[in-house]
Ligand binder design. Structure first.
Ligand code: GRF
Length: 196
């Protein structure tokens, strides 16, 4: 049974979707939810789901990214994870950290990568007049939002869409995509998931 750590920074809706998918014959189980923000709403949701929680508050390390990542690594290792899922985790991780989890760390990004790496993806898709938008699950490498693509969910952009309406319509697709990718990935299957 693969042990999955889920990293969050906010509401944790993707964490909930992942945790609720890991039941029955699923080859993985959530073992810890780690947040860099002690006030993240996802921590209460993880508690309700009965998942152990940890907080590594990046603000306690001021600008010392290495110190933060050192404690984050120690905290994670305490739970002996096989797979790390970044789910709404809003800290950029250095190559030193990502290399420790090469080939076993996933992230969900709210764009059809390789388009719109980084922030404000919905606004950028609208500014570009894209007909389609979506989300991507990828393996995490040292380069931001750049690792091998493991799944994508696509949807049409509608007239009158705003960044908020796009984000709201995309979130349920994220909640379908990420669990579908993790189920395959936990079995060692990297065949990309395409939704719809
Ligand atoms: C979502 O838009 C997701 O794509 C991005 O963070 C946002 C919030 O996710 N990674 P969650 O509700 O905290 O899972």
């Amino acid at each position: 049974m693969k042990r999955v750590a889920i990293l969050i920074s906010g509401g944790g809706s993707n964490m909930v979707a992942l945790a609720q998918s890991m039941i029955g014959d699923h080859p993985a189980r959530p073992v810890v939810v780690v947040s860099n923000d002690p006030d993240a709403g996802g921590l209460a949701k993880a508690e309700q789901l009965g998942i152990p929680r940890e907080v590594v508050d990046h603000r306690e390390f001021h600008k010392d990214r290495n110190a933060f990542e050192g404690v984050l690594h120690q905290t994670l290792e305490h739970h002996a994870p096989d797979i790390i899922c970044l789910a709404g985790f809003m800290r950029i991780l250095t190559g030193a950290f990502t290399s420790r989890y090469e080939g076993r760390m996933l992230n969900i990004h709210p764009s059809l990568l390789p388009k719109y790496k980084g922030l404000h993806t919905h606004a950028r898709a609208l500014e570009n007049g894209d007909a389609d938008h979506g989300c991507t699950v990828h393996e995490v490498t040292a380069a931001l939002d750049d690792g091998p693509i493991l799944g994508q969910a696509r949807m049409a952009v509608k007239a009158g869409d705003t960044p908020d309406t796009l984000a709201a319509r995309l979130l349920p697709l994220e909640h379908a995509l990420y669990p579908a990718v993790l189920r395959r990935y936990a079995r060692g299957d990297r065949t990309p998931v395409k939704l719809p």
